[in-house]
Structures are given as structure tokens and as C-alpha cells.
Design a protein around this ligand. Structure first.
Ligand code: TXA
Ligand code: MG
Length: 320
């Protein structure tokens, strides 16, 4: 486990403009000093990420919101107070302190406080906000362990190892304008959770139905390096060397090389937590040539899980 010496070392690297991968409660992030545009440019280079895809800025205290955003409203402060530290990212008008490279030139900035001791100590020790996308090559599987980070990004300056992340999928992203709160990326925190916490306060909009997309959210994303297809339990036969990912008990297990259960009883929080690690395990298994994954129902966190699964299978669709 990460000790304070490692955190001090990593914070020093960040202050000098280097890149540090660190655990959050969602996935591992690839961090740089958010106020140093050259350091942030290194993130885009290391990830091979297109410059139109803006980054999330991680802070350790809600007071830092004032530094990074302009026109911070009471409603934004209330949402932050209720859900931070936690897997909710708020998109708000940015202040002039945030370099344009962080936001891909947008007038807004995405901010969150991660709910992870190592991440919080790192931000505090570095003394600067940390811009961090997920620590994977652009379009590939998100990392939920330090080993996953090293697999895809072997050349970055430092990886802080905080064990496996607990939530397992990226934060929910909402943009705020007045009392309009628009879902840009589904995650563990749902619009329903926001409505339950603040009944009638926000005008909730689902970005999907409103056809509002956050920049960088493409149809194909989060993909393993081996073909991935949706799996139907009625499917009679699978090709040789198949791996199957299931989310609940199966009376009759499919005949295949390997099965991984993300949950034995369709507990979607468990499935989210093990989604990327099960895909990484199949990707890393030399005996597996193609992967099949069961869909889940799109309620609660199932919505976010299906968002990741649909994007992961997209490039391998038969008609693609
Ligand atoms: O859980 C997470 O959010 C993880 C951890 C490391 O915090 N981070 C993460 O970052 O998932 P990334 O880069 O993989 O996804 C960030 C997404 C962008 O692709 C973009 O869609 C959205 O956040 N985003 C960032 N800034 C935005 C802005 N100003 N307006 C709209 N969307 C924005
Ligand atoms: Mg990502």
C-alpha cells in the first residue's frame, strides 16, 4: 500500500511537470499539474488522446472550485457538498486560471473531488489541482489496478499503487446551467440519486435523449485488444478459445475456455466494480481468442455499465 514517502515523491514529480498515475475510487487517473499547460500536453501525448477531448480536474477541497470556475452557483456548491468526495464530475463555466488545453478550448471545465485517500493526499501534497483522464491509451480499457496502467503506459514517470479501485467505472458527468442539470456520462451516481437528494430542485436532463454529447464521448471506446461481442444465454455454441463474462448465476454454464462472473446475483455495483478487470483478465489470457459479455438491464447503475459495454463492443460489431 502506498505510504507517505511515495506520495511525496509522486507530488514532487507533478510539481516538476511530470506525469503520475494514481488510484481514485472509480478508475486510475493519469495526472499532471492542471495549471501547467506543458505538463498537460504530456498527458495527451502519453495517451495518444485527441486534443478535442477535454480532461477532468481533480481537487481536494470544494473551496478549490472557486479558483477553477467562474459564476459558481449555490446549486453547484450544494451538489458538491452532497456528493463530494465521490464519483460525480461537475461541468461549470471555467475561470481564466484553467489553461485552454485542459478544456480543449471549451468555456467550461469538468471538476471533481475523488473519494480515495491516496488521490486526496497526492493533490494536497502537490499543492495544485490535478488534471487526469483515465490512465489508459485512448479508446482502450480503463485501468482499475496499477498493473493495468503499466500494461498500457509503461513509460510514464510514476505509478502510485493503491490496489484495485472500488467503483470500477468512471464518474458520472453532469453539466450545470442555472438549475438545469444535464447528464453527459452515466456512472454510479444516477440522475435519480440527484433527484432523491434534492427533490424538485434541478431540471434534470438526460444527455442521451436530448442528444447532447460531451466532447470525446465517441461510439467506440473502452475496447479490449481482442474481439468482444455481446453474449446471449440462448446462444447454442461458441467458437473455440472463447471467454465469457457473466453477471449472475448460470444453471447451465456455456461451454467455453473460461468464464468470469462479475457478480453471482446480478448485483450491478459488483458488476461495475469487476467490469474492466474481467475484460483485462480475458485480454491478458493467452488461451482466449475472443470475448463474449452478457448485457445488463439499463436501470440504476446498469445504465452506466451498458454504456461501457456498448462502446467496448462497437468496433467489433459484425456490420462494422
Ligand atoms: O472517474 C473519472 O471520471 C476518471 C477518474 C480518473 O477521475 N476520469 C475520467 O476521465 O474518466 P476521462 O478523460 O477518461 O473522461 C473525461 C471526459 C471526457 O472524455 C469528456 O467527455 C468529459 O469528461 N469532459 C471533460 N471536460 C468537459 C467539459 N468541459 N465539457 C463536457 N465534457 C467534458
Ligand atoms: Mg477514459
Amino acid at each position: 500500500m502506498t505510504n507517505i514517502e511515495e506520495i511525496k515523491l509522486a507530488a514532487g514529480i507533478l510539481r516538476k511537470g511530470g506525469l503520475v498515475a494514481f488510484p481514485t475510487e472509480t478508475v486510475y487517473g493519469l495526472g499532471a499539474n492542471a495549471l501547467d499547460p506543458i505538463a498537460v500536453a504530456r498527458i495527451f501525448a502519453a495517451k495518444e488522446r485527441p486534443s478535442f477531448d477535454p480532461l477532468i480536474v481533480h481537487v481536494a477541497s470544494a473551496d478549490d472550485l472557486e479558483q477553477l470556475t467562474s459564476q459558481t452557483t449555490d446549486l453547484a456548491r450544494q451538489l458538491a457538498a452532497r456528493f463530494w468526495p465521490g464519483p460525480l464530475t461537475l461541468v461549470l463555466p471555467k475561470s481564466s486560471r484553467v489553461p485552454d488545453i485542459v478544456t480543449s478550448g471549451l468555456p467550461t471545465v469538468a471538476v471533481r473531488i475523488p473519494d480515495h485517500r491516496v488521490a486526496l493526499e497526492l493533490i494536497q501534497t502537490a499543492g495544485c489541482p490535478i488534471a487526469a483522464p483515465s490512465a489508459n491509451k485512448f479508446g482502450h480499457l480503463s485501468p482499475v489496478t496499477a498493473a493495468h496502467v503499466r500494461k498500457q503506459l509503461p513509460d510514464i514517470d510514476y505509478v502510485l499503487d493503491g490496489g484495485k479501485t472500488s467503483v470500477g467505472i468512471e464518474s458520472t458527468i453532469v453539466s450545470l446551467e442555472g438549475n438545469a442539470c444535464t447528464l453527459l456520462r452515466p456512472g454510479k451516481i444516477t440522475l435519480q440519486d440527484i433527484e432523491t437528494a434534492f427533490p424538485g430542485v434541478f431540471e434534470l436532463q438526460d444527455g442521451k435523449t436530448e442528444k447532447i454529447v460531451a466532447p470525446g464521448l465517441l461510439k467506440s471506446h473502452y475496447s479490449p485488444t481482442k474481439p468482444l461481442h455481446l453474449y446471449d444465454r440462448q446462444q447454442p455454441e461458441l467458437p473455440p478459445a472463447s471467454g465469457v463474462i457473466l453477471h449472475g448465476h448460470a444453471d447451465h454454464e456455456p461451454e467455453c475456455r473460461r468464464i468470469i462472473y462479475t457478480s453471482y446475483n446480478q448485483n450491478y455495483l459488483e458488476t461495475a466494480a469487476h467490469l474492466f478487470s474481467s475484460l483485462h483478465a480475458m485480454e491478458d489470457d493467452p488461451g482466449i481468442r475472443q470475448i463474449f459479455i452478457e448485457p445488463v438491464e439499463e436501470h440504476g447503475v446498469g445504465r452506466a455499465i451498458m454504456d461501457r459495454i456498448n462502446k467496448a463492443v462497437y468496433q467489433y460489431r459484425k456490420e462494422a
